[in-house]
Structure formats: C-alpha cells, structure tokens
Design a protein around this ligand. Structure first.
Ligand code: MG
Length: 170
C-alpha cells in the first residue's frame, strides 16, 4: 500500500532530527541566499518555505533514501565497494549530488544555481555536516540533501516574488 504523504513527511522530519539537523538551520541558509533580493525577508517566511518543500513527496523520498544510505554506511552494512565509497565520501561518486538534484529540480533551474553555490561554499550547517571526522558519523548524502532543501526553498521564494529578482535570475 502507498503510504500517505503526511506519514512520509513525519518520517522524513524525524530522520532529519535524528541526524541533528534542524529545520531552523536549513531556513538560515535560505535566509542568507535570498536576503540580498528581498528587503523584508524574515526567518519565519524562510522557515515556512522550508516546511513547504518538505511537504512534497519526491523530496521526502530523497531525504529518506539518502539518510538511510548514510546510516547503513555508518553501520558497515553496505556491500563492497559501495560501503567504502560512501564511508569515505569519495569525490567521484556523485550519486549524492544526483539524489539532491531530485530535490532541487522540483523548483526549476534557479534551484540548480542555488544548490551549486551552497555545494561550493558549504556555509554553516553544511560545513558542520561535511566536516565530521572519521569514526564520528557519515553524512555523504545528508550534506547534499540539506543544501538541496535550502536551494529549493530559496527558489520557491524567488518564484513567489518574481518582481524582486533572485540569484539565478539577475
Ligand atoms: Mg556529499
């Protein structure tokens, strides 16, 4: 039976929480991305948009899949060579970014620009996730998922305020 979206949403939110990522931290990334373009942007509005992004089924599916792979890798339960590739966050793997694109694509090409920007600069929570030491956890998928949610939420804001411009438009 197909799970109702609300059940998947609760599962995705619980997974993020288990991995010590808060919705507020993701909203902070959105704020930083969009504040140059929207004079009266608030954290509340960013938070609202992050929540709206996580309400979408394809995004819930990507969150659940990516985090599951990180957790299985932490537990050493993946088959070789995937186990070593994910555990070592090998640069040429690229499937973590591909999964993140499933999130970003929901809101069009502005999302892609924002995602690339976050992936390169790795601000705030993304940096924290990316810099866990060996033996302290594996976030190979999670850092990209978090960046993708923020990028998608920023794009959602840009599309809702077209007259204000946005990264990727101007
Ligand atoms: Mg990654």
């Amino acid at each position: 039976m197909v799970k109702p979206s609300s059940e998947l949403e609760q599962a995705a939110l619980a997974r993020l929480k288990e991995r010590n990522v808060t919705i507020e931290e993701i909203a902070e990334l959105v704020y930083d991305l969009q504040t140059p373009y929207l004079e009266d942007l608030t954290m509340e509005y960013c938070l609202h948009n992050v929540e709206a992004v996580i309400r979408k089924r394809e995004i819930q599916n990507a969150i659940l899949t990516g985090i599951e792979l990180d957790v299985l890798a932490e537990e050493g339960k993946l088959a070789s060579p995937l186990q070593e590739i994910i555990a070592n966050d090998e640069g040429l793997f690229g499937i973590d970014e591909v999964l993140a694109l499933a999130i970003v694509n929901v809101y069009g090409s502005i999302g892609l620009t924002n995602f690339g920007y976050l992936d390169k600069l790795k601000p705030k929570v993304i940096n924290r996730l990316d810099s866990v030491k060996e033996g302290e956890g594996i976030n190979t998928f999670l850092d990209d998922i978090v960046g993708a949610i923020a990028a998608a939420a920023a794009s959602r804001i840009a599309h809702a305020n077209p007259e204000e411009g946005s990264a990727g438009i101007n």
